[in-house]
Design a protein around this ligand. Structure first.
Ligand SMILES: [Zn+2]
Length: 460
């Protein structure tokens, strides 16, 4: 036993050394070894730049194709009752426009609105833009309304940490994207699994990568379709964001997530109630007693506001909270950009295993002792999870274009506001997400890259 442990330590150190070695300079005579190592790992550890060089505008590196094309009928082995991957072809014309708020006057959204029936959706007006500064009135009522953005308010129904001390819940948001496969290959080589918060528009764009995530044993959760701050949206718009994302995941994978995460962590009692009514439990990232959140700030590097070294310094200080906490924590990272993926592979995730004592890297459901089968409606066996939305677990999702109409039904939600954040002084085009969400389209990304990622400064 001792021998095995010693060997494990040696392998870890050897790998860490290999990573550091290439940062120190060109590989030279070690090139062949490096190539062999790359082939075995499924990614090139030498492609991770030194921390000082990970910065907005850095040269782009290799993207990796999905390792396998999983044919319809495949099942992940991570949980025993997983359904087969369905036969499904993603046809963009069947779906809302990428990275635009889905319209609310469609049969699908109207059908999903029925899921709110019988649930108490608090009559909280949409915030101006999902920020405290943008809406002082909402900020003043943040505690009352359970608004996480201004003060970190949570409710018992939220998943906000990992219960066990020294346990690190791994999450990646905003993908799948071109560098996701590199991250998957790395995590496979290290036997790490994570929770992916999927943007519906990216699933539409990269369905094969979504399948790869799922088949590799990672957890799949709902983010949104167009990544707006949800508190700034009308109830119907929130339903549309969550509904379309949930549906495309279900069409591609055959499973419907029972969890979700708000973009920017922007969650209040209205958004919370809508998500729960739709059968999705909100998952935040952890806020330490100091007020710091376990945000790796990788998005700031991609946004060009900090460089890699500063990002790790910030994160190290955040991580120092962990050893004085009685519980574990959930960490926010992103798989949308090469920069954020390189930071994860080269630095952030290794920081967990290099720490003394090491942190245990786990999926968020896993660290909360939620069986993977309960992370999805189709396989969930816990009738009290996800709480108030459990009744929806037995309701089939509307099929695109075939949802029931609203003509004979009254939706008894209390919030009838149609405001969506565009009614205030900062009124903007309703068809464009607020803030930086408009930059989420990867085709648009090229222009953003050229602009030095400046527009991503507030993205997370
Ligand atoms: Zn996000």
């Amino acid at each position: 036993m001792m021998k095995l442990q010693a060997l494990t330590v040696f392998v870890v150190i050897a790998h860490a050394h290999a990573l550091k070695g290439e940062h120190a300079g060109p590989f030279g005579k070690h090139a062949n070894i490096a190539r062999q190592q790359s082939a075995a790992l499924g990614y090139d550890p030498n492609s991770i730049p030194p921390l000082t060089a990970i910065t907005s505008g850095m040269a782009t590196g290799t993207t990796y194709a999905p390792t396998a094309t999983f044919s319809p009928g495949s099942k992940p082995t991570a949980f025993s009752n997983a359904p087969q991957i369905p036969t499904f072809t993603v046809n963009p014309t069947d779906w809302p426009a990428m990275d635009k708020p889905p319209p609310t006057d469609t049969p699908q959204v109207q059908a999903w609105m029925l899921e709110l029936e019988g649930h108490n959706i608090p009559d909280i007006p949409p915030t101006v833009d999902g920020t405290c500064g943008g809406d002082p009135t909402a900020a003043a009522a943040a505690e009352q309304n359970g608004w996480w953005t201004c003060g970190g308010w949570t409710r018992d129904t939220d998943i906000i940490d990992c219960p066990d001390k020294m346990t690190w819940g791994v999450s990646f948001d905003d993908g799948p994207a071109p560098y996701t496969q590199k991250l998957l290959n790395y995590m496979n080589s290290k036997d790490i699994t994570a929770t992916f918060f999927v943007v519906g528009s990216r699933a539409l764009q990269y369905p094969d990568l979504l399948i790869e995530e799922y088949m590799a044993g990672h957890e799949i959760s709902v983010h949104t379709w167009a990544h707006p701050p949800l508190t700034s949206r009308s109830t119907a718009q929130i339903v549309a964001e969550l509904g379309w994302t949930r549906l495309i995941i279900q069409k591609i994978l055959g499973i419907t997530p029972t969890t979700m995460r708000s973009p920017y962590g922007d969650l209040d009692d209205r958004v919370r109630a809508i998500a729960l009514a739709m059968g999705m439990i909100p998952i935040q990232w952890t806020r330490a007693p100091s007020g710091l959140t376990f945000d790796t700030n990788d998005w700031r590097v991609a946004g060009g506001t900090v460089i890699g070294t500063d990002q790790m310094a910030i994160f190290d200080s955040i991580l120092s909270n962990a050893t004085v906490m009685d519980n574990g924590f959930i960490v926010l990272q992103h798989d949308l950009f090469e920069i954020t993926v390189d930071l994860a592979i080269g630095y952030t995730l290794p920081a967990a295993t290099n720490h003394q004592p090491p942190f245990q890297l786990q999926r968020i459901g896993q660290c909360n002792n939620i069986p993977m089968s309960n992370m999805y409606v189709e396989t969930n066996t816990n009738t009290t999870f996800p709480g108030a939305g459990a009744t929806n677990a037995t309701s089939p999702l509307p099929t695109a274009g075939h949802g029931p109409g609203l003509s004979n039904t009254t939706v008894s939600i209390t919030n009838t506001s149609s405001a969506n954040g565009s009614s205030g002084a900062t009124a903007t085009n309703e068809n464009v997400p607020t803030g930086d969400a408009t930059t989420f389209s990867l085709p648009v990304l090229g222009a953003v890259v050229a602009a030095g990622f400046a527009a991503f400064a507030t993205m997370f």
